[in-house]
Design a protein around this ligand. Structure first.
Ligand code: ATP
Ligand code: MG
Length: 413
């Protein structure tokens, strides 16, 4: 679990602000959800035999012996909340959320135990246009962040539950024949969650998979049409994609569309955004049948990308405009009051006052990296301000003149 330190937070804020701007452009509304939910919720939605539920959840009993879990993802809680507050029945919703998620994983670059996601979830819309919109939201975000050339869209359709069940049978029959060549994890998954074998990184398993039956040949008519409608909109919108017939996603609730945005800029953990359609989930959790589609993106991986590619605008990193200090004892209140006046005049200016101790004021002021420095001093009962900035050497002036200067700097910028 990471601390996000002061020199990293500007990148986070930039990313979050950009996402908020983009989801706003599509008129999505924010939903804020609890970090803890009943364990049952995740078991029933994500699926008992998924990696997340089998081995990654932080689960504990509270004082009432209710089993609770730190949320490993956002969709289940969003559906729970939507159902509980009547947001889903007989209406459409476009929602977004952000926040920490928790999974007990082996920590490595791009994979942490507390990580952060921003996600969108839409409800009540069954046709492929909304799948396309959801993908367009992400594409616009990459464009906005300057990442469009660094990510690729992978797309697949899982079909209906029935089509998937037929495919599962065919896949299991095929893999059974080659059981000995599968890695241990895949052998285990063959009985619990066979589609996940498609995801295996093991070389020997990969070779077996080369001749395995492919999902697309088992697609039901309706899903196939839905998928081609989606591809048509993406084509017309100029959003490039690759069909990846082995893309299955690690959560049980998906059907029809699944997609991932992947990058090769981060090494192993290359998926920065993943999502798809989950038409069955609302009903599965006790609601009426409600089509739904959404995605979640991993903020840490996007932050890593922005840093690696040096894409955070420089002005967002600078955190201090003006440093204000006293050169003599007794002027500390004047410094604070002058700073208040300045903040009143120019609310955008980031002003820091020097508090405590008067040693080496000049050096300390320079070390802050502030673009402008002002030092208060008193001579013969008159207070004056020594001011300099990156372009101009030190000049002395009265407090009134200084405030006038701040005002004129503001109106000229
Ligand atoms: P992966 O295959 O990388 O384990 P996943 O299928 O488990 O991903 P999802 O549940 O779809 O991931 O989560 C969506 C996104 O959240 C991922 O694409 C990734 O960017 C991010 N993410 C998932 N798990 C972690 C983690 N432990 N640490 C950091 N980011 C994560
Ligand atoms: Mg995972």
């Amino acid at each position: 679990m990471n601390d996000i330190l002061p020199d990293q937070s500007p990148t986070w804020r930039y990313l979050e602000a950009t996402v908020e701007k983009v989801v706003g452009q599509y008129a999505y509304s924010e939903i804020r959800l609890p970090i803890v939910e009943k364990t049952e919720l995740f078991k029933r939605s994500i699926g008992e035999v998924t990696d997340i539920v089998e081995k990654e959840m932080y689960t504990f009993d509270d004082r009432n012996n209710d089993s609770l879990t730190l949320r490993p993802e956002g969709t289940a809680g969003c559906v729970r909340a939507g159902e509980e507050h009547g947001l889903l029945f007989n209406q459409t919703q476009r929602l977004w959320y952000k926040g920490p998620m928790f999974r007990y994983e082996k920590p490595q670059k791009g994979r942490y135990r507390q990580f952060h996601q921003i996600g969108i979830e839409t409800f009540g819309m069954a046709s492929a246009d909304i799948d396309a919109e959801v993908i367009m939201v992400s594409a616009r975000l990459w464009k906005e962040l300057g990442l469009l050339d660094s990510v690729r869209l992978q797309l697949n359709s899982l079909g209906s539950n029935e089509a998937r069940a037929n495919y599962r049978d065919a896949l299991v029959s095929y893999l059974d024949i080659h059981f000995d060549k599968l890695d241990e994890d895949s052998q285990r998954r063959l009985s619990s969650n066979p589609l996940r074998v498609l995801d295996s990184k093991d070389e020997s398993t990969q070779r077996v998979l080369e001749n395995a039956p492919v999902l697309s040949e088992y697609l039901d008519e309706e899903s196939a049409t839905h998928f081609s409608e989606l591809r048509d909109i993406l084509d017309r919108a100029g959003i490039a994609y690759e069909i990846n017939p082995r893309l299955v996603r690690g959560l049980d609730y998906y059907c029809k569309t699944v997609f991932e945005w992947v990058t090769d800029k981060l090494g192993a953990q290359g998926t920065v955004c993943a999502g798809g359609r989950y038409d069955g989930l609302v009903k599965q959790l006790g609601g009426r049948p409600t089509p739904a589609v959404g995605f979640a993106m991993g903020i840490e991986r996007l932050v890593l990308m922005l840093e690696t590619l040096d894409l955070v605008p420089a002005e967002l990193k600078c955190s201090l405009d003006l440093y204000l200090a006293a050169e003599q004892k007794g002027l500390q209140p004047n410094v604070l009051l002058l700073a208040e006046n300045i903040r009143q005049i120019d609310p955008e200016l980031r002003v820091m006052t020097h508090c405590s101790g008067l040693k080496n004021i000049n050096n300390k002021a320079r070390q802050t990296g502030a673009g402008q420095i002002a030092l208060l001093n008193e001579q013969e009962g008159r207070i004056s301000v020594a001011y300099w900035n990156q372009d101009n050497p030190r000049i002395d002036m009265s407090e009134q003149e200084f405030l006038a200067l701040i005002e004129s700097n503001m109106s000229s910028s």
